[in-house]
Design a protein around this ligand. Structure first.
Ligand code: ARG
Length: 317
């Protein structure tokens, strides 16, 4: 059901690191089954159905330096979270997307709380700490952390235990930063002063390429994406079993429920899988828990037309 990057986006790592990638089991029912005709709603809305005049406009905040979830391309915010949120809100009765707003990651929760945005779509991990301040939708994605190093660098760690005084970077306020603090600094593997906290992972990756830091801790699917485009590589995956949710204000139960219904609807009608295919390459079926059929990938016909993944299909017919 919900895309689990530990099983899909990390296929290369499974090869490289002997299958250490985690299988994250999602909470049951996070995107349940709901067999109505919600799938038709967006088609109708596009042509004959007038826009719901009473629909509440929803402003969505993100931090667009986190490919492929959210990034700037040709001056536009694009990415998996962007498409997903758009699709979800199309299905969310009584609401309509007003706009996306790009801001610092650390400003997202305050902006939600003060009402300047209504939803956070930023590959944000559902954590207990954050749940004290905001609410989350059902989980829509699972991921671990990874450690990025520069291509061809001397420092080639295989686990966090290999760190010993290296300069490390992460984005401020992220769970990656949490790993640095709790497992590198507090464990005495690096000093406080060895850690650089970046406003954006894009800047951190630049510093990694230039040798200003030796490693970056970053969500694994994003680390993989940077590794595809930049002179950096994933040294290893650090299993954290994180789940991403869309953030909403604590009192905004109506919106949260509408979003959850939207998530359910796009899971049902195949939109979710199409988006995974578009932004992460082809989805596989949930073969492990179902029928063990690993060769089933070709079943997804949408995977070809994304123009995005360059390593998706080599033998399209
Ligand atoms: N999943 C991590 C967290 O929640 C990182 C998210 C960073 N997202 C972004 N758009 N920069 O802390």
């Amino acid at each position: 059901m919900v895309y689990d990057s530990a099983r899909h986006a990390t296929r290369r790592d499974v090869v490289r690191y002997g299958g250490s990638a985690a299988i994250v089991v999602l909470a049951a029912g996070c995107l349940g089954d709901d067999d109505d005709d919600a799938a038709d709603a967006d088609d109708d809305a596009a042509d004959d159905e007038p826009a719901d005049e009473d629909a509440e406009g929803v402003v969505v905040g993100t931090e667009a330096g986190f490919p492929p979830f959210e990034m700037i391309e040709d001056g536009e915010i694009v990415g998996f979270d962007i498409d997903l949120t758009e699709a979800v809100l199309e299905e969310a009765e009584g609401y309509e997307l007003e706009e996306f707003r790009d801001m610092e990651f650390g400003s997202l929760i305050p902006a939600l709380q003060d009402g300047s945005i209504d939803v956070i779509a930023a590959a944000m991990t559902i954590t207990e700490e954050r749940e004290e301040e905001i609410d989350f939708s059902d989980p829509y994605f699972s991921a671990d952390q990874s450690v990025l190093v520069a291509e061809g660098a001397d420092f080639e760690p295989e686990s966090l235990e290999d760190f010993d005084g290296q300069a490390v970077g992460a984005q401020v306020g992220t769970t990656g930063e949490g790993v640095v603090e709790e497992e590198l600094i507090e464990e005495g593997r690096i000093d406080d002063g060895d850690y650089s906290s970046y406003d954006s992972y894009v800047l951190a990756v630049e510093d990694l390429e230039r040798g200003i830091v030796d490693a970056i801790v970053i969500d694994e699917p994003v680390g993989e994406t940077f590794a595809d485009d930049r002179a950096v590589e994933v040294a290893f995956v650090h299993e954290t079993g994180e789940e991403f949710g869309l953030g909403v204000r604590e009192d905004d139960d109506d919106l949260r429920e509408a979003i959850n219904e939207g998530l359910e609807a796009i899971e049902e009608d195949g939109t979710y899988d199409d988006l995974v295919a578009e932004w992460f390459g082809e989805p596989e079926d949930d073969d492990d828990e179902e029928d063990g059929d690993e060769d089933d990938e070709a079943g997804d016909d949408e995977a070809d037309d994304n123009g995005n993944g360059d390593d998706g299909d080599d033998q399209e017919g």
